[in-house]
Write a protein that binds this ligand. Structure first.
Ligand code: GLC
Length: 556
């Protein structure tokens, strides 16, 4: 690590993602809101969270629950008012918690006044704010090219009144803005300034990889992949060569950086981008002058296996060495909850949380992960998530088994489980049905119960967050693998090294106890996933450390 480089606040922080609709309802209408979040800030502070990212709470018809924005500078009435927002920001900053907003630059709702104007006539001044084209073939009744959306199906929507097609990358109710028009860019940069001037600490940038499309709208090339992965965007045999991750989009990341760099203290940009780690790296800029971070999703689809994790970690360390900042995501509002993928094994969840909070980079904890909330099954037909309804004709259980993910995202968005009371304490109104059905697990898995149980997942997260906060090597230290030889099939081990501190992290991925030669004669235990473990006493094991099944430890 270069001595000249001073670590920035965001490089050692821990982020908690709140899906506002599902966190805490204060009014009793079954929908979470800003006042509800304010009520729970003490809980988050006590948990040890330093930064909160909010999924969008801007004015929206809610067809994609806020990712379809109708007014980028106002709060959706069901979530509260601008006054509530100002209070939320103040209450967070008073507790030393940073605020990250979710900015959907790529598209607007089709209900946005800009789009209503734009679609009204060919010569409307807002026409060029979106991407309109004539169709192909005689009469223009075929879309301009063969592009498909991220959710499947043609990416073009026909408007009879002007006899043209408009481009969208996600769903037909969300239309892509045209960033080749400087007016659009300026308007959206001003929107960023609007919230930055209020004091927000940064942005999570929604599907940033989709900002630009090929200017000539060349037909997409076809390929063999049917389903996308965390490394590859190809979908339904389309490679997405001309509509994702364009060179112009990498340059755009640097323009965004210039907007936020005008602010003191430093603000942060986190990109939701697709593709493999090499591609994500391009968004950081050649001189770390692009986004501060981008999400690296490969961990979410990695099997519970130390060698597989070690491979990803080496790759990330190589592609994003310090001062580049990697990220570690285990779940979010689009993915299956990770504990469900672990078959609800709390010991395994504790181990992954330990890895997430001790690797170099920024961990993102999705609300409810800390208490082990599982994914809930929902019918596609009645899904709140529009993607679920789009695919309601699919045999869901078969598909989830085949592809390992659910076609409705409702399952990972259920209301937060605060206690065992009716509605899990999510809503003060026990007679209301929350916007999504609760997980049946709430009677047992809830904040109130887990706070009292020393062995709970919640108390493990708390202890981990405290250990991370109290040890500079975990926030800023260099990363180095600890050589394991034949043990590497069962164990992941590494060090975090800082000028003033050197720590060891040993993670036992096996269901058997392990004896490992200790690197220190008198190791001092800082943390164990076991609630009552106090020391490591290698003397009792002939100079070895004994790790119980799935145990993770931090020591010096
Ligand atoms: C991102 C969001 C997702 C949303 C989509 C369209 O992938 O995470 O929830 O539906 O973009 O904005």
């Amino acid at each position: 690590m270069s001595k000249k480089y001073k670590t920035k606040w965001y490089q050692g922080t821990t982020v908690y993602q709140i899906y506002p609709r599902s966190f805490k309802d204060s009014t009793g209408n079954g929908i979470g809101d800003l006042q509800g979040i304010i009520e729970k800030l003490d809980y988050l502070q006590d948990l040890g969270i330093e930064t909160i990212w909010f999924s969008p709470f801007f004015d929206s018809p809610q067809r994609d629950h806020g990712y379809d924005v109708k007014n980028f500078r106002d709060i959706a009435p069901e979530y509260g008012t601008m006054n509530d927002f100002d209070n939320l920001l103040k209450e967070m900053h008073d507790r030393n918690i940073k605020m990250i907003l979710d900015l959907v630059l790529n598209h607007t709702s089709s209900d946005h006044p800009w789009f209503i104007e734009s679609s009204s006539s060919r010569d409307n001044p807002k026409r060029n704010w979106y991407i309109w084209r004539d169709g192909k073939k005689s009469g223009g009744k075929k879309p301009p090219n063969n592009w498909i959306t991220m959710t499947g199906g043609s990416a073009w929507l026909y408007y009879e009144n002007t006899d043209q097609w408009v481009y969208f990358h996600f769903l037909p109710s969300m239309i892509d803005l045209n960033y080749r028009n400087p007016e659009v860019k300026e308007e959206m940069f001003n929107t960023m300034r609007f919230w930055l001037d209020k004091g927000v600490d940064g942005y999570r940038l929604d599907i940033l990889h989709a900002i630009y499309e090929d200017e000539q709208l060349r037909d997409d090339t076809l390929c063999r992949s049917f389903l996308p992965s965390d490394k590859n965007d190809a979908l339904l045999f389309h490679s997405h060569k001309y509509d994702l991750n364009l060179p112009e989009t990498y340059d755009f990341a640097m323009e965004l950086r210039k907007v936020v760099d005008k602010y003191e203290p430093e603000r942060v940009l986190i990109g939701e981008v697709s593709g493999n780690t090499e591609e994500s790296r391009k968004y950081y800029g050649a001189n770390n002058d692009g986004l501060h971070m981008s999400f690296l999703f490969e961990y979410t689809s990695t099997p519970f296996n130390p060698e597989k994790y070690a491979k990803i970690i080496s790759k990330i360390e190589k592609i994003l060495p310090f001062p580049y900042t990697p990220t570690f995501v285990l779940g979010n509002h689009d993915r299956m909850r990770y504990i469900t993928l672990l078959k609800n094994n709390t010991q395994k969840a504790k181990l992954l949380a330990t890895m997430q909070l001790t690797l170099r980079g920024v961990p993102f904890i999705y609300y409810g992960e800390e208490i082990g909330m599982p994914n809930v099954r929902f019918k596609l037909k009645t899904s709140q998530d529009p993607i679920g309804r789009k695919y309601s004709w699919f045999p869901m259980p078969l598909i989830s088994r085949l592809i390992g993910f659910s076609l409705t995202r409702d399952g990972c968005r259920t209301p937060m489980q605060w206690n065992a009371e009716p509605n899990a304490g999510f809503s003060p109104n026990v007679n209301i049905k929350p916007w999504l059905r609760l997980s049946k697990t709430y009677k047992k898995l809830n904040v109130f119960n887990e706070e009292k149980d020393v062995g709970s997942l919640l108390n493990c997260y708390k202890k981990l967050l405290r250990t991370r906060k109290g040890n500079i090597a975990l926030q800023e230290g260099e990363f180095q693998f600890y050589e394991l030889n034949e043990m590497k099939k069962k164990l992941l081990a590494y060090r975090r090294i800082h000028e003033v501190q050197e720590l060891y992290i040993f993670l036992n991925f096996s269901k058997k106890a392990l004896l490992i030669k200790t690197p220190k004669q008198e190791p001092k235990l800082l943390f164990s996933t076991l609630p009552n473990r106090e020391a490591l006493d290698p003397d009792s094991y002939d100079g070895n450390l004994r790790l119980t099944p799935f145990e993770g430890i931090i020591f010096k």
